[in-house]
Design a binder for this molecule. Structure first.
Ligand SMILES: Nc1ncnc2c1ncn2[C@@H]1O[C@H](COP(=O)(O)OP(=O)(O)OP(=O)(O)O)[C@@H](O)[C@H]1O
Ligand SMILES: [Mg+2]
Length: 243
């Protein structure tokens, strides 16, 4: 679904990505882990062409997004739903308008179709009946759910989560991980999750990629990653489990 080939990116004289190769298969969840500052968010921004590589490329469904511009880029981006680290809801809009926003912007749906789709999507994330509430009236976990609803409301093929559980208590984080799993299964989405939460990684990932020193240092199924000998990976997992 997504093919990342020999991706290089530096900022000034600081190399961040130094030849990342990664295939993200369709209809599965791939988790990218790595310590803070390792370049996870930079990598995800290349998948959307919010950043452009120094060299290498990113293909989405066989088409090169990393060099796309204008209408072609816009079209490729409609394949994606985004749940970003700091993707705040619009405080001045209620839940309905927050979730409806991507549809109002792009879809050409009628008012009635938008209403139906928003209600369906809120039900899918366990937030039915909250249409009239404002973000300030919701807990952190509820806001995340609304953020997930907004990301999937236009029925994208791919959903990208950057740190979906950051800032949540362990129990709420666990329910958000359940939601990530449920949404992926229910919609058959290709899902990319970026996290440094080791427990979440093993729960939600069909495949796990460890980004370290600008390359994918280890890659595999949870079982394979559990048994991978890379010392840096072992240390990352050990520290993550120790909290
Ligand atoms: N637009 C930018 N301009 C300059 N430097 C940047 C830019 N974006 C990221 N960086 C640098 O790239 C490095 C990787 O940043 P990135 O945000 O990808 O880390 P991360 O792995 O997502 O970390 P975290 O887990 O803390 O979110 C950091 O050193 C950061 O300062
Ligand atoms: Mg980040």
């Amino acid at each position: 679904m997504i093919k990342i080939e020999r991706l290089y990116k530096s900022f000034g004289n600081q190399p961040v990505l130094r030849g990342v190769d990664l295939n993200i298969p369709q209809g599965k969840t791939t988790v990218v882990i790595g310590k803070s500052g390792s370049g996870k968010s930079v990598l995800i921004k290349h998948i959307l062409a919010l950043l452009r590589p120094d060299s290498g490329r990113v293909l989405v469904d066989g088409r090169e997004i990393s060099s796309a511009t204008g209408r072609e880029l816009g079209r490729l981006r409609t394949n994606f739903g985004l749940c970003f680290q700091n993707a705040a809801l619009f405080d001045s809009m209620n839940v309905f308008d927050n979730v409806a926003f991507p549809l109002v912007e792009h879809s050409g749906f009628s008012r009635a179709q938008i209403k139906q789709r928003v209600e369906e999507t809120l039900t899918a994330v366990g937030m039915e009946g909250t249409e009239d509430k404002f973000p300030s009236e919701l807990s952190g976990g509820m806001r995340k759910r609304v953020g997930v609803a907004r990301a999937i409301v236009h029925r994208p093929q791919i959903i990208l989560y950057d740190e979906p559980t950051t800032g949540l208590d362990p129990i709420t984080a666990s329910t958000i991980n359940d939601l990530v799993i449920d949404v992926q299964k229910r919609l058959g989405l290709t899902c990319v999750v970026i996290t440094h939460d080791v427990a979440a990684t093993f729960r939600v990932g069909h495949y796990i990629a460890f980004l370290h020193e600008g390359v994918i240092n280890a890659y595999g199924t949870p079982d394979e990653i559990e048994n991978d000998p890379s010392p840096k990976l072992r240390e990352f997992i050990r520290r993550g489990r120790a909290g």
